[in-house]
Design a protein around this ligand. Structure first.
Ligand code: G6P
Length: 489
């Protein structure tokens, strides 16, 4: 017997994420300008032809007035985006508070907030309440736009309650949830006061996805140890209902990066950069200015390398692009001053009148400038303390087919599981080891660089973002089909 094919042509995909793929800037009472952001998720879904994707999320701005909301909704509709309006208090408690001060550090093994980050238990509770309230607001917007046959794909730690609320609205809705961060060991997750509620809310989904097999395994262990449910090779079972749990490693739109290198503007940038850093090896870091990225540790390792290798002074430069992020959260503000202090000290110590060892930029670069920078780099340093995947490492590899530079990669980034064979893997907490890997990378023979690059390049070009999205959604469809078949039998 054959499984009936229930998929309609060009199925609608509702992608729900905290942040919409466009950023909105208010130009007047009823006028908005929108800019598409070039994040991984956006390019992944732009390339998926099989589905008609619509986005639901927060536009990143507070719009208290109805006229403004109406105008923004209209402008966003042209980009197939649907806004969820969150007021300032919710943003403070849900986004800055529960998401970025509690879940984000915990999922990256940095633990729960200490006294100075969380004054009272009451504030934890009110942040959790705001988290649930925000998730309900997202659910209401999804429900309003849902049509029979749609699939709903919820993203990330901001929306762990969304599967539960959506299923409460409509148990037939096909709901998938994907986590872009690591899911920590169950021993870490169990420290969270709301540990069980969060797990149960996620389990309401039909399919739960992670970047790596380890994260999926941690999630299943948390469900078995904390909730006492049964873990199977397929997922988690609760009273005969299976929530499928699996790994779906994301990729990038590698073609977009490779094509960009031929654009005249990028070629011009490359020429300028080569001239500017002639006679020096270029090392590069590109990170959001976030504590999980290990920027202070990376810079201290570079200092150690300079200390131990005086012959390299003035022959190597570290370019660190640190993109400001979540600047309302005190932890992030502290990190910014800490990084500035270390960079200043090292440049004072090793700089000369004509050159400094570290160029540190607190801003993002446009896509073309970034591609040029990737292309001229000799050694990329991706030394996150923890990272769900880390696509900077993929982007670097995609832009290196001419130069064949070396990637130094943290063993605690999800990408270590896919680029481990070609990269030099390091423990970012071990500054001596990272300093030694810089030495190894700068002195590596051309043959070894070529061999390592080839391994990585093949992976990056063969495991694209489009393929990631298609695999997840088709598996989500199958999961639901199977569930329906079980009911029919
Ligand atoms: C990580 C998260 C994303 C988030 C992004 C930027 O990659 O997994 O969900 O959108 O960081 O952070 P922000 O807080 O600015 O949205």
């Amino acid at each position: 017997w054959e499984r009936p094919d229930v998929r309609p042509f060009r199925q609608r995909l509702l992608v729900v994420a905290n942040r919409l793929p466009v950023s909105a800037v208010r130009r007047g009472e009823e006028s908005w300008s929108l800019e598409i952001s070039a994040g991984g998720l956006v390019s992944a879904l732009l390339g998926v032809k099989e589905f008609e994707a619509r986005w639901i999320g927060w536009a990143g701005v507070n719009v208290p007035d109805e006229a403004g909301q109406r105008a923004l909704t209209k402008a966003l509709a042209e980009k197939r985006c649907i806004p969820v309006f969150l007021d300032e208090d919710i943003v403070h408690q849900y986004y800055n508070g529960y998401c970025n001060n509690i879940l984000w550090p915990l999922f990256h093994y940095l633990g729960l907030p200490q006294e100075d980050r969380l004054a009272t238990t009451r504030s934890f509770q009110s942040q959790f309440a705001a988290y649930k309230k925000a998730n309900k607001m997202f659910a209401a917007v999804v429900n309003e736009h849902y049509e029979e046959g749609d699939v709903v794909w919820c993203h990330d730690y901001h929306l762990m309650f969304l599967p539960k609320y959506l299923k409460e609205y409509n148990s037939k809705m096909k709901v998938g949830w994907f986590l872009h961060t690591p899911f920590p060991s169950s021993e870490i997750h169990r420290t969270l006061p709301s540990r069980s509620e969060l797990l149960r809310a996620v389990l309401a989904a039909d399919l739960v996805g992670f970047h790596t097999y380890d994260y999926a395994r941690h999630f299943v262990s948390a469900c078995t140890r904390i909730l006492g449910l049964e873990g199977t090779p397929e997922g988690v079972e609760d009273q005969g209902r299976l929530t499928r749990v699996a790994a779906f490693p994301i990729g990038i739109d590698s073609e977009r990066f490779i094509r960009a290198l031929d654009v005249p503007q990028v070629q011009e940038h490359i020429r300028e950069l080569k001239e500017r850093f002639a006679g020096r090896k270029v090392m590069l870091g590109v990170d959001r200015l976030d504590m999980i990225k290990g920027i202070p540790q990376k810079i201290l390792a570079f200092e150690k390398f300079l200390e131990e290798n005086p012959t390299w002074h003035e022959k190597v430069v570290l370019l660190q692009i640190a993109v400001p992020t979540r600047t309302d959260v005190p932890e992030y503000q502290k990190l910014t001053s800490q990084v500035h202090e270390i960079v200043g000290r090292i440049n004072g110590r090793f700089g000369t009148l004509t050159a400094v060892p570290i160029h540190h930029l607190d801003r993002s670069l446009d896509f073309h400038a970034l591609c040029a920078l990737y292309a001229v780099t000799d050694v990329a340093l991706v030394t996150s303390l923890r990272d769900g995947m880390n696509l900077v490492s993929y982007e670097f590899v995609a832009c290196q087919d001419a130069k064949k530079g070396v990637l130094i990669l943290s063993e605690f980034a999800g990408a270590a599981q896919s680029l481990g064979a070609g990269a030099i893997l390091v423990n970012p907490w071990n500054i001596t080891e990272v300093a030694a890997s810089i030495d190894q990378a700068l002195n590596m023979s051309a043959e070894e660089r070529e061999k390592r690059h080839q391994l990585n390049f093949e992976h990056v070009t063969n495991h694209t973002a489009q393929e990631w999205a298609e695999t997840f959604v088709s598996e989500l469809n199958d999961t639901v089909v199977e569930a329906q078949l079980r009911i029919r039998q």
